[in-house]
Every structure is written in C-alpha cells, then in structure tokens.
Design a protein around this ligand. Structure first.
Ligand code: ATP
Ligand code: MG
Length: 436
C-alpha cells in the first residue's frame, strides 16, 4: 500500500539520527523512480545523550547544528526539515485490532483511515484511563480483514460489512520527545516525520525475503540496543533497551583501571567476545588512569579483554531475548537475526548472539544507497540510511498522528517554528534576536 506519489519523490530528503555517541545528518536528492542519491553527509560526536535520551540540551544542539552544517556544506544546499530518528528506552509498541462497519459498499481509502483512526483513539482512551501520557510515533497497519477474512493487504475496492485492522502503534514518553524536538527547533529545523530508529535500520539493512520470512533486527548502538521485528513484510514490533557499546567500554575502563578513551581503543583494536587460546599469550600495553601519555602502563593478556567483554554481550542478548519473550514474539520472530549499529562490529558479537538467541545471525549494513561515502557505509549508519528510505517510500497512514497528541504542558511547544536562517550570518542574527 505504498502510494506511488511518495515513492517517486524528487525533492531533497534529509535524515537526522541523534545517537548516544554520534549525530549524523544525511541529505539525499530524490530521483523519482530511480530512488535517491546521497549528496551530503555530516557526522559529529554526541555528548548530550544518555541511553538515547537528551540529558544536555546545549551539547545536543551543538552536535546537531555541526552535523547539519557539514552535510549542508557538502551538499551545497540548505535544508529546512528532517526525518528524525527517535530511540530511548521509553519507546513502547502496542498491537491492536479495530473494526468499523462499511455497510456493504466498496471500501475506500477513507474507510481505511477511519479504522486506523479508531485504533489510535482506542489506545489513547486506554492510556487516558490508565493515566499514561505518551506521544504517538507510528501507526503501521500489519494486516486487514474484511468480514473476518484475514490476510488482506489492501482492502480498498473490496466489498463487505466490516473492515478490521491489525495495527502496530508505537509511542514514546513525552519528555524525551519534547527535548529532542526542542533541540531541533533551536537549530531552526522542522521535523518531517519521527521514526523509531530500529525500524529505520530494518528498512535499510534487510532484504525483502528476510522481511517476508520473519527477522529480528538488533541495532547495537553506543547507549542503546534497539530491536525491530518484521514478519510477512511488515514491522510488527519495536523496542529499545538501555544498554550498548558504551557499557562494554566502561567495563573495560573499570576492569583494567584505564581511561575511557584507551578502553575504547583497546575494545575496537583488540576486543573479542570469543575466547581464543592464543589470546592468553598475547600481551597488551594498558595505560593506567592518572598517568600521562608516556607514564606507567600495565601489561595484560588479550584474553582478559574477552573476559570483560563477553559477559556484557551475553547480558545484552539475554535482555533482547527476554524483551522478545515478554512481547510474545520470540518464537514468531523468525529464524534470523540481523545485527547492525556501530557496536555490532565488536569481534565475536555475532557468535554470542547466535548462542544466546539460538538464531542464524548475520551482520547488516545499509544496502543500495547511491552516493553514500565508504566511510558511512558501515553498520553505524544503518539507522540514518533507513530514515532516508522511510522518507522516500513513506508509509501510508503513518501520518497525521499529531491529532492524537496530547498537548505538551508548555503552550509554546506547539508554536510554529522560527524560519530557518538562510545563511550562517542569518543564523547568527536569529541567535542574537533570541538571546538579547
Ligand atoms: N570497530 C568497532 N568494534 C567495536 N565496537 C565499535 C566499533 N566501532 C564502533 N563501535 C562501538 O559502537 C558504538 C556506537 O555505535 P553507533 O554509532 O551505532 O551508536 P549511536 O547511534 O551513536 O548510539 P545509540 O544508537 O545507542 O543512541 C560505540 O559504543 C563504539 O564503541
Ligand atoms: Mg544509533
């Protein structure tokens, strides 16, 4: 049910992934039926987030504006709005079913919107009754039924009395969404869509057969590990766990009494999650905390890194398994797992995942994105590439969710965004206006 109009965009599409370790902005030129071509990319170290949630607004704003500036410079153009990735541990997925009467007439798009709206309204009522506040992020139909006949992919044009929809509704906690939106607003950018990053990673790394047969994408980031489950071509679940590559780095720093920067270096250069006998004999020089660069170092066998790394990875995949079991999806989620995200590059991660999840595991990276520089073709850029793909293809009905948003407490939050400055000087002007 992808509308061809959106699938053939010819304008600029900009994606912004605000991760716990890096902020990435990618700008692509839509080329109609030919897809799209990346024309600009900027990435900047992120220090304002913890587990995918903004904890330092100024640092987040700086990282966003630097990443966007770099992408704009490379593209030789400016952007005014972005498709924004959302993660953070307060993403919730709800599977609902709703039904409306169509009184025997041919089902039209308006009936489909009606049944989807009724599912969104039902969730909102249930949350209101339970005193839960949330922001709707996605509503993705997973299948329709006409008069009880399930498995309908597109009901428009069919005749029947009742139309029902099985739908995935994804929501997020209002605070984190509001903070991230404010950071974007402060950079004078608008938001075209909000997209859960694990879902985006699935859009960029999976092949159609995987999505059809059932697959779980595990995006292993710095501060989060997010999952998205695809079955019969649809995303049926998304979730985010507050654990990531930074935990492994911190474990190494603590375990070896070494600075975090040196722990990160040791992890990426020598880290392995699987034990190899030769690693007992190989000695690594480990700088000690508090010593200057050519100060005292410790010599430790490389196998010690494995002893530190492996338990954390085991814990991560056990949490993924528990999360899928709680969602009732562990057996439904297919025989395959695709690992992506920067932390999936840790040597041996794939073997630990296969052991704990008992699945066939492969490593995923963004597929088929023209013009993506080699440096950004790795698994750490899967989410950003997927945000672009989401923008290119669109998901019918996954729009207009603002009607189901409860207003934020601050009435200014809904105010129209300031126009984005058209030049660096203009932006400086806006800064002066806002600050004096
Ligand atoms: N070669 C490598 N080997 C092991 N780990 C790596 C490697 N390269 C990057 N990482 C780890 O990947 C993590 C960052 O991944 P990524 O860029 O996907 O995170 P992010 O999107 O910024 O964060 P999040 O998605 O959690 O908000 C870091 O913890 C980093 O240590
Ligand atoms: Mg990420």
């Amino acid at each position: 049910m992808t509308p061809p109009a959106e699938a053939s965009r010819k304008d600029l599409i900009a994606a912004l992934d605000i991760g716990s370790t890096k902020v990435t902005c990618v700008i692509a030129q839509g080329e109609g039926a030919e897809g799209m071509r990346v024309v600009g990319i900027g990435t900047y170290r992120s220090s304002g987030l913890r587990h995918g949630v903004v904890v330092d607004m100024d640092a987040t704003e700086t990282a966003v504006s630097n990443a966007v500036d770099a992408a704009e410079q490379m593209a030789g153009t400016r952007i005014s709005r972005v498709i924004l990735g959302v993660s953070g541990s307060q993403i919730r997925a709800h599977r609902l079913n709703a039904e409306v009467s169509v009184a025997g007439h041919a089902i039209q798009a308006a009936d489909v919107v009606r049944v989807i709206d009724s599912a969104s309204a039902a969730l909102r009522e249930a949350e209101d009754r339970a005193g839960i506040d949330s922001v709707p992020i996605h509503r993705i139909p997973v299948g329709f039924a006409v008069d009880g006949g399930a498995g309908v992919k597109d009901p428009t044009g069919m005749f029947g009395e009742n139309l029902s929809v099985d739908i995935l509704l994804a929501t997020a906690a209002p605070g984190p969404v509001r903070n991230i939106e404010t950071a974007i607003q402060r950079c004078h950018l608008g938001i075209e869509s909000l997209v859960v990053t694990a879902y985006a990673s699935g859009l960029s790394c999976l092949v159609d057969d995987e999505r059809d047969l059932g697959v779980t994408v595990v995006d292993m980031g710095g501060g989060t590990t997010s999952v998205a489950v695809f079955v019969e071509g649809y995303v049926v679940h998304v979730g985010v766990l507050p654990i990531g590559g930074q935990h492994v780095t911190n474990d190494i720093a603590r375990g070896l009494s070494t600075p975090v920067a040196s722990a990160e270096r040791l992890k990426t250069l020598y880290g392995h999650a699987m034990h190899a006998p030769s690693a007992d004999r190989e000695l690594l020089d480990v700088p000690l905390i508090g010593e200057d660069e050519d100060g005292q170092t410790n010599q430790v066998p490389r196998s010690m890194l494995t002893q530190i790394i492996r338990p954390r990875l085991e814990e991560t995949f056990e949490l993924v398994r528990d999360h899928l079991e709680t969602a009732g999806l562990f057996s439904a989620a297919g025989r395959r797992v695709v690992l992506t995200g920067g932390a999936s590059q840790l040597n041996g991660a794939r073997d630990v995942a296969a052991e704990i999840l008992q699945r066939q595991v492969r490593l995923g990276r963004p597929l088929g994105l023209k013009g993506m520089p080699d440096a950004a073709a790795g698994p750490g850029f899967a989410a950003c590439a997927g945000l672009l793909r989401y923008g290119m293809m669109g998901v019918p009905f996954d729009r207009g969710l603002d009607r189901f948003r409860r207003p934020f407490a601050n009435p200014d939050a809904g105010a129209p965004r300031a126009p984005r400055a058209t030049s660096r000087l203009g932006r400086l002007g806006q800064w002066f206006k806002q600050n004096f």
